[in-house]
Design a protein around this ligand. Sequence first.
Ligand code: S3P
Length: 442
Amino acid sequence: MTTGFEVAGGGSLSGRVRVPGDKSISHRSMMLGALADGVTRVSGFLEGADAISTMNVFRALGVRIDGPDNGIVTVHGVGIDGLRPPAAPLDCGNAGTAMRLLMGLLAGQRFESVLIGDESLSRRPMRRVSEPLALMGARIETSATGTPPVRILPADRLKGIDYSMTVASAQVKSAILLAGLYSEGETAVTEPAPTRDHTERMLTGFGVTVERHGARASVRGGQRLRATTLDVPADISSAAFFLVGAAIAPGSDLLLEHVGMNPTRTGVIDILRLMGAHIEVLSPREVGGEPVADLRVRAGPLKGIEVPVELVPLAIDEFPVLFVAAACAQGRTVVTGAHELRVKESDRIAVMADGLAALGIPATATPDGMIIEGLGSEAMPFAGGTVESHGDHRIAMAFAMAALRARGPIRIRDTANVATSFPGFTALAAGAGVRIADVDDL
Ligand code: S3P
């Protein structure tokens, strides 16, 4: 028995929606709050399984954390050298961000730790982090194929490196910068394309000097973090499902409130606008070092595009639902340069191509992207049917939005992991107009 979604075809989205807090920022709020001197108060924290995994890891490392209570969390920081040896392996659940950033943070500790994860995380590549950390003097063991479990042995003081990343990955960049806090001298990392910069911004908010020159970010070891107050904006990656839903469902007019608008995250808006979507950015403001705005989105015809490759890292988590938008666009959409999608919570290229095909959409998976022949001229491009999410939260939510333009019900299997990033998705989506219900045995 697995849980699933049953989503009736048709409908439109309207009203106001505030999606849960940003996952990337929530993870980092626990990490930096724990390492700080003093008490950090967080509001808007994502009460999803991924961020809770990170919270529980720090509890296991001896940090007192109160909450979450309606998004409020209080972290009693133990200082940069105050973490305690864990009594058992640290469980990161489904969260790649937790595991990779923790590898950097734990590499500089004087105790041993082991990081484990669920079935999906246990298949994901960790050498992209363990290799640069080894250059810093870290001692990290993975499985023979570079996957979890990850054993981090105590190391002598790490030394700074000047590292050029081969993949555009904020997780790799962040792990190296966090290890840099425990390293001698300067630790620098250069990215091949801009990736999300929440770590750099939040470190600055905790009083750490982070230098940025073009694509190179650096930090000097030995700095202390000062506790602060954090207000986590709504997650643009969760808002993305509603942006696409309202863009494709005729008659929709939806307001998304308090959405994080960090320019390293807004690729989904740029891509949807290139496709012709009507998205207005209202009341832009800054909250705790991160830009925030309300987004109004209205339905309208979309057209197929070649997605500019420089936008790919800025929308990396949004491709499942962008593929749904492409299916509803007029003409061909081509995505290239997105090989990273193959090593997310599932192989998002293969899984989306299969799901789209099951719903009658001509989609061809390529090694680094997808070619989709949009059926936008049809009122209901998607046939009804059953799709497999492979336990990937973003696949499940993307196909829930597809039902807004489906001729019959779409059933989505294996949806329990939606709670990793978007607790309460079913109720929020139903309130906005998606004809969705949870079902117990699909
Ligand atoms: C994240 C970075 C991205 C993203 C993930 C969260 C982060 O991964 O896919 O969901 O919080 O740093 P990569 O940096 O590996 O692309």
